[in-house]
Design a protein around this ligand. Structure first.
Ligand SMILES: *[C@@H]1O[C@H](CO)[C@@H](O)[C@H](O)[C@H]1NC(C)=O
Ligand SMILES: *[C@@H]1O[C@H](CO)[C@@H](O)[C@H](O)[C@H]1NC(C)=O
Ligand SMILES: *[C@@H]1O[C@H](CO)[C@@H](O)[C@H](O)[C@H]1NC(C)=O
Ligand SMILES: *[C@@H]1O[C@H](CO)[C@@H](O)[C@H](O)[C@H]1NC(C)=O
Ligand SMILES: *[C@@H]1O[C@H](CO)[C@@H](O)[C@H](O)[C@H]1NC(C)=O
Ligand SMILES: *[C@@H]1O[C@H](CO)[C@@H](O)[C@H](O)[C@H]1NC(C)=O
Ligand SMILES: *[C@@H]1O[C@H](CO)[C@@H](O)[C@H](O)[C@H]1NC(C)=O
Ligand SMILES: *[C@@H]1O[C@H](CO)[C@@H](O)[C@H](O)[C@H]1NC(C)=O
Length: 209
């Protein structure tokens, strides 16, 4: 760093550049290993029983389209079986339907859809109709994902996200662009370990220089 040209100067300079190089390597590695979880959303949620025009509460089918977006620039995602569970609110323990999508692999920057229809069990349809055809469902998604980085894949990361689906008298959700599923815990999650490594390295650099 300084113009110090004593006996230990070369060694010190060498040491500095070593630390700098390893610091940059760590930063580069962190940037290229960093992953972001897929973006999950429910599109086209439709509950015919709550369609006022149809006027048919004997139809207990619910329709949806699960959309999964891998927004990583160069990492594929291996999904384990994906389970979706639907509850009818305000009763958070009243499970009315569930769905499983088989495990699959998704390339980088890809979008995948899984369309399905389920028969809902136990929804108090008459009460929902009486309340102005309003219904609120809670949907929770659970799976585990591994990221494919060039030729190896990471360990499994838990992915648990969910949202509430508010249906109005058209039988569809109020949100037009789909309902994005979010994680309950605002975690460092996927970034935690690399960030910790980077912090440790930065501290080392500060201590040694
Ligand atoms: C609601 O029901 C009516 C009558 O069956 C139908 O024409 C309409 O398309 C339904 N609405 C939706 C959003 O599917
Ligand atoms: C809904 O259907 C029932 C019989 O199935 C009928 O008595 C009622 O008038 C209908 N309501 C509307 C709003 O069309
Ligand atoms: C429920 O409604 C949907 C959409 O209107 C229709 O395609 C389906 O056949 C109905 N199912 C029953 C059991 O009536
Ligand atoms: C919620 O649903 C569960 C399971 O069906 C039932 O045992 C419980 O009584 C319900 N609670 C309320 C407040 O409706
Ligand atoms: C999923 O739904 C099926 C029937 O549709 C039911 O038998 C099963 O118990 C449900 N699974 C869970 C985990 O509740
Ligand atoms: C994944 O789901 C399929 C059917 O949906 C089932 O046959 C298979 O056993 C499941 N695999 C695991 C590991 O749970
Ligand atoms: C039904 O939902 C609409 C819009 O979300 C709201 O304005 C209305 O008050 C609700 N009705 C009932 C009975 O909850
Ligand atoms: C119900 O939601 C749909 C879709 O967002 C919207 O177009 C419609 O105006 C809403 N209807 C009422 C009565 O709130």
């Amino acid at each position: 760093m300084s113009d110090y040209s004593g006996g230990g100067g070369g060694c010190r300079r060498c040491c500095c550049s070593f630390i700098l190089t390893s610091g940059l390597t760590a930063l580069f590695m962190w940037l290229s290993l960093r992953t972001s979880p897929p973006v999950c959303s429910i599109q086209n949620f439709y509950v015919p029983a709550l369609n006022k025009t149809a006027n048919d509460t004997t139809n207990h089918t619910i329709y949806f389209d699960l959309k999964l977006d891998n927004e990583n620039k160069d990492k594929g995602i291996y999904y384990d079986n994906i389970t979706l569970t639907f509850n009818y609110l305000p009763n958070t323990t009243l499970q009315v339907a569930n769905y499983t999508a088989r495990a699959f692999y998704q390339g980088h920057k890809k979008s995948t859809r899984r369309k399905a229809r389920l028969e809902a069990v136990g929804v108090p349809w008459e009460a929902a109709v009486a309340a102005g055809y309003n219904g609120t469902f809670r949907v929770d998604l659970a799976t585990k994902v591994r990221y494919k980085i060039v030729f190896w894949s990471t360990k499994r990361h838990k992915l648990e996200v969910g949202t509430t689906l508010v249906v109005n008298e058209t039988g569809k959700t109020v949100k037009k662009k789909g309902d994005r599923l979010k994680s309950g815990a605002p975690g460092l999650g996927f970034y935690g370990a690399p960030v910790a490594l980077l912090v440790v390295l930065s501290v080392m650099v500060l201590v040694f220089v």
